[in-house]
Design a protein. Structure first.
Length: 115
């Protein structure tokens, strides 16, 4: 069973920043597209951003000015830097690894934006 381990969630005030990280096995990290999704209460899970094995990035259009996805190939981790956070960013954030028909998910990390 492939394990994706997220970290970095928490409580932050509006306007603040958070950095989420996801550690993956090397065999997954080198081949799969790694991404972040989020799911707010009562809403469907939605894509936030992803980064291919070659480093190409994609961002959800409404978020792209405030987020950056990156990879650390030495540590087999993918990170999501989120700035200027808003209460509507409150959600469980999930790490995702995808290659062809194979998809793996992390357990999720809670991000709460509140004063």
């Amino acid at each position: 069973q492939v394990q994706l381990v997220e970290s970095g969630g928490g409580l932050v005030q509006p306007g603040g920043s958070l950095r989420l990280s996801c550690a993956a096995p090397g065999s997954i990290f080198r081949l799969y597209t790694m991404g972040w999704y989020r799911q707010a209460p009562g809403k469907q899970r939605e894509l936030v951003a992803h980064i291919s094995s070659g480093g190409s990035t994609y961002y959800e259009d409404s978020l792209k000015d405030r987020i950056t996805i990156s990879k650390d190939n030495a540590k087999n981790t993918v990170s999501l830097q989120m700035n200027s956070l808003k209460p509507e960013d409150t959600a469980v954030y999930y790490c995702n690894a995808r290659w062809r028909s194979e998809v793996y998910w992390g357990q999720g990390t809670q991000v709460t934006v509140s004063s």
